[in-house]
Design a protein around this ligand. Structure first.
Ligand SMILES: Cc1cc2nc3c(=O)[nH]c(=O)nc-3n(C[C@H](O)[C@H](O)[C@H](O)COP(=O)(O)O)c2cc1C
Length: 230
């Protein structure tokens, strides 16, 4: 990332800070794809004043960012969008296009990137370099524009229910990769927090996760864990 004081300040203002910030990453799909845009949760890693993505191979986002140089980091506290975009494809109606002008010493060009209509704010990013390994890629990233969609939303209050839905999504993606039942136990623990502390939208988000668990059970990938306990 270009570590200008201005950029660091704007990132912090938008909620992206040191450590790992979880956002919904939106990209353009390949022209032959059924849907034009893709969304899924990913972490923006900020370490030692460097900002990058660590993408495991196998996701559509990985494919898109090996081909495209631009993406948007969408910020929202809507648990339904987190759950839906982790396990399913969002419909094209969920997206709109953000245009921005990228300037450097030699040229000025207009870029267009899909963003989520229902995001509160987003940052447009450029991929500045890729380092591929066997199972993943590290992509250095630079912010190019900062946009607020929902200026009426002020401040941030920690809701355990929302965070438990996001944690459950992470546990279920890990379960899909490893089949380790410890992740299912974790999801059961988070379900109690969603029920106790969550807002309506957090409970709806957890329902999407429950649907995914049922599909895994039906496909024979979740035995004998009895997701009906969820
Ligand atoms: C909160 C959250 C953060 C995630 N962060 C990453 C990440 O940094 N890198 C990664 O490879 N996968 C990450 N994942 C998993 C992807 O979101 C998941 O594989 C998703 O299905 C990819 O969707 P896609 O195929 O539409 O790109 C994360 C999942 C969640 C719920």
């Amino acid at each position: 990332m270009k570590e200008t004081a201005e950029n660091l300040n704007r990132m912090a203002k938008f909620g992206i800070s040191e450590g790992i910030s979880e956002i919904i990453l939106t990209t353009k799909n390949a022209p032959e794809s059924e849907k034009t845009s893709n969304a899924a949760p990913f972490g923006i890693i900020w370490k030692n004043n460097k900002m990058f993505l660590h993408l495991f191979k196998g996701s559509k986002t990985y494919e898109n960012l090996m081909r495209e140089n631009y993406f948007a980091a969408n910020m929202t506290d809507d648990a339904v969008i987190y759950a839906e975009s982790t396990f399913y494809d969002l419909e094209d109606e969920a997206f709109e296009t953000a245009a921005s002008i990228e300037k450097n010493e030699e040229e000025q060009k207009t870029i267009s990137i899909p963003v989520l209509k229902n995001a509160d704010r987003f940052v447009l990013f450029k991929c500045a370099g890729r380092l591929e390994a066997d199972s993943s890629v590290i992509i250095d990233i630079e912010p190019i524009d900062f946009i607020i969609l929902n200026s009426g939303k002020e401040g941030f209050v920690f809701n355990r229910g929302f965070h438990s839905v996001v944690e459950s999504c992470i546990h279920l993606t890990r379960y899909e990769l490893t089949k380790d039942p410890v992740y299912i136990d974790e999801i059961r623990r988070h379900r109690r927090i969603v029920q106790k502390c969550g807002r309506k939208r957090d409970k709806e988000g957890f329902e999407i996760l429950r649907r995914k668990l049922m599909e895994l059970e039906t496909a024979g990938h979740l035995q004998p864990l009895e997701p009906r306990n969820f």
